[in-house]
Design a protein. Structure first.
Length: 259
């Protein structure tokens, strides 16, 4: 059994073969595919896919930092209305992204903190998007260190110091995906030091496909390649990696055994 904890398979990249993609995921033993939201424009697509197979798909609701622009207050209002109107397993994906543009850094921080407050109010975890912003993310999380906040550092990467800072938030996990398989990516060395008890697997489909599919469209079935790589790094069986990471994901997102 495997869980893809982060997948955007409701996007148009899968419109031509979504049913086949789902079957390939089932064939690889996936029990759940978790769907993080992007902004108000993706809510309908995400919900439609979740409703098509509520056992397999579990939705999250949040405003991606890349969508935080001048109209961010309107976007947040739409996200909050949706989040409080329907059952979602997490607030995500949220965070800070300074890779492309720093124009709205203050607005990104405000939106991040606002959505953390919603997660605490609803007692659900957060899914953090951090790109060129790890220190800014940590500065926000420090305000909540003594709270009940839980979550995952989606697509974790960084330095050894970043790893230790992330793991210092004891109720948080690291989301590990295709980057783990990249030659000279460096994530494999970091994962030698991270306990399997703090890891969950993800694809970020359709992005960041693992080797040997790097550069092509990613999909949930490819998560087995990430599990195999992690097993190799840890010197563990693939069965143990699947069991542990699935258990971690179920604990974090409060997923029931029969789901």
């Amino acid at each position: 059994m495997l869980i893809d904890t982060h997948s955007h398979v409701y996007l148009e990249e899968f419109d031509s073969d979504r049913m086949e993609m789902i079957q390939r995921a089932l064939d690889q033993g996936l029990s759940n595919i978790l769907l993080p939201n992007i902004d108000s424009s993706t809510i309908a697509k995400l919900n439609a896919l979740t409703k098509s197979n509520p056992t397999l798909f579990k939705g999250m609701m949040g405003l991606h930092p890349g969508s935080v622009k001048a109209n961010y207050k309107e976007e947040l209002k739409a996200i909050k209305t949706e989040l409080y109107s329907n059952p979602y397993i997490a607030v995500g994906e949220i965070g800070i992204d300074l890779y492309w543009d720093r124009t709205f850094i203050n607005e990104q921080i405000i939106a991040f903190e606002q959505q953390i407050e919603w997660a605490l109010d609803l007692n659900i975890p957060i899914v953090i998007h951090a790109r060129e912003s790890f220190n800014e993310i940590v500065a926000v999380l420090e305000k909540y260190r003594n709270s009940s906040l839980t979550g995952v550092f989606h697509c974790f990467s960084g330095s050894d110091d970043d790893l230790q800072k992330a793991l210092s938030f004891e109720r948080f996990y690291l989301g590990i995906g295709g980057v783990l398989t990249f030659k000279n990516g460096g994530l494999d060395k970091l994962m030698e030091k991270a306990s399997i008890e703090r890891l969950v697997l993800e694809t970020d489909a359709p992005y960041l496909a693992p080797a040997p599919h790097r550069g092509k469209r990613n999909e949930p079935a490819f998560i087995s390649l990430v599990a195999e790589k992690l097993a190799n790094i840890k010197g563990a069986s693939i069965e143990m990696i699947k069991e542990k990471t699935t258990k971690n994901a179920m604990n974090l997102f409060n997923l029931a055994e029969d789901e």
